[in-house]
Design a protein around this ligand. Sequence first.
Ligand code: CP
Length: 308
Amino acid sequence: MKHLIDPMDLSVQEIDHMLHLADDIIAHKEKYREVCRYKKLATLFFEPSTRTRLSFEAAMLELGGSVLGFSSADSSSSAKGESVSDTVQVVSGYADIIAMRHPKEGAPHVAARRSMVPVINAGDGGHNHPTQTLTDLMTIYREKGRLDNMTIGLCGDLKFGRTVHSIIKAMSRYENIHFVMISPEELRLPEYIIKDVFEKKQISYKEVRTMEEVMPELDILYMTRVQRERFFNEADYIRLKDSFILDTYKLKRAKQDLCIMHPLPRVNEIDIKVDDDPRACYFKQTLYGKYIRMALIMTLLGVSADED
Ligand code: CP
């Protein structure tokens, strides 16, 4: 039984397989309509979500399966003090696969130890968000036609942004990737990622304080919001929240085939006028997220369309 807790739990070959499977699902949706018939997905969300929970549920429904679960800690027995491991041990008797989001880093790892069915980490605190990473890889693969040889700008809250930490780990496995970190000093990428990923693997990176100075270099611009829920001090959040706002003026110097991504939700960091620019990929990204989650569910459940 395989779980997905960390983006590095998947090999490059496994990711490659899922990207091709998701491609095939997009091209031949009818072939996959019943592959998860009689299978159940439980979504255990102890933290708010729109895209991740609903795309997981849509993915399972489009595969012919069923869904159950809860969308907030308040509506589960964790409000009465039940532990994550007890909750998961119980739910793994009700469902064939579990997607779980939790504010505590490492909670999905604890859950996986007690579960009788595959557990998918749907985001744990500021740590990892591996299915967002699969979504991001799918977006890059579909929009650029490759996962190697590119310069990726990561902009905004690089300290608390778990999607940023995960995409760095995942993309660092492909050839000739250059990273450009664009953030205020206070929201820099954590030192452990610089040491464990960039320095250990000798990956090219630089840190800058404005997006204007690097815009013409970028093939991907990955915007993130400042994560209000991770700040201890509201005054710091207010001071930093509008550090970077992408607008049509700043895009004038960008490449014509730039791919603008954002895990969403957006707060203020991309002007809505940018939505009409053909380089804006962030709404397409949410749709790719459903297809790659369909491929992930099928892979972890060991089902395929060919068995029908
Ligand atoms: N990208 C993402 O995780 O969005 P949600 O918080 O809405 O799930």
